[in-house]
Design a protein around this ligand. Structure first.
Ligand code: PEP
Length: 250
């Protein structure tokens, strides 16, 4: 396992309204979060200001769900890493499978976004993972290698990166990877990092699992040697369930 703190991210995706964001923030504020766990929530851009003002930031940090590949300029509809830093948002999720599949973000684009966001001062939750077809055809490690190779080419300092292994077949499907399936990949990724980046980086890197994590399956997953936390989609929209997941460490 990583020697760093357990890490739980909540990816709200394109969900929420003024009314239910307020309710979710209240539920989160009512929860108890262990001191030794980093918890980061990622609301849609439009609600970040509200969440920043109302969420208990002794317990929770904020993240965006995406950022532009470069600095400010004529890029209609985008938000830059520099703007996130300026606004006081410390984290960004990059390379989520929905960005890759729906918006055509390649391994190279995700890697360039990651190095730009890190240079702007953000921490990055970098997402990788294979599709069901890729798993069934036996190419899981080949796919992960290509996603990782692109990141390794661009990222020089890994101290502010959290790596999220999110098998696409498990995201939003209710089909969670078994603890053994997840552990196998996490151990592979840690080995990959030890080989390419050195043992010290690999030991400190948080490798978190995402894909249908719930308040009932989180405990077994968290016991696995190389699972250092979770990235949570659906269950992060329910305050009590998310708080339970944040308390699953070890
Ligand atoms: C995600 O979107 O990162 C995710 C893991 O979603 P879910 O927990 O709903 O599968």
């Amino acid at each position: 396992a990583s020697s760093a703190k357990f890490f739980v991210g909540g990816n709200w995706k394109c969900n929420g309204s003024v009314a239910n964001v307020a309710k979710l923030v209240d539920e989160l504020n009512a929860g108890t979060i262990p001191r030794g766990v980093d918890v980061v929530v990622a609301p849609p851009f439009i609600y970040i200001d509200y969440v920043m003002q109302h969420l208990d930031r002794d317990k929770y940090q904020l993240s965006a769900q995406n950022a532009w590949i470069g600095g400010n300029g004529a890029f209609t509809g985008e938000v830059s890493a520099e703007q996130l830093t300026d606004f006081g948002v410390p984290w960004v999720i990059l390379g989520h499978s929905e960005r890759r599949s729906l918006f055509g973000e390649s391994n190279e684009v995700v890697a360039k976004k990651t190095s730009h966001a890190l240079a702007a001062g953000l921490g990055v939750i970098a997402c990788i993972g294979e599709t069901l077809e890729q798993r069934n055809s036996g190419s899981v490690f080949k796919v992960l290698d290509a996603q990782m190779d692109a990141l390794v080419d661009e990222v020089k300092d890994w101290t502010k990166v959290v790596l999220a292994y999110e098998p696409v077949w498990a995201i939003g499907t209710g089909v969670v990877a078994s603890p053994e399936q997840a552990q196998e990949v996490h151990a592979y990724l840690r080995q990959y990092c030890a080989k390419k980046l050195g043992a010290a980086v690999a030991d400190k890197l948080r490798i978190i699992y995402g894909g249908s994590v719930s308040d009932t399956n989180c405990k077994d997953l968290s016991k696995q040697e190389d699972i250092d936390g979770f990235l949570v989609g659906g269950a992060s929209l329910k305050g009590a369930a998310f708080v339970t997941i944040c308390n699953a460490a070890g």
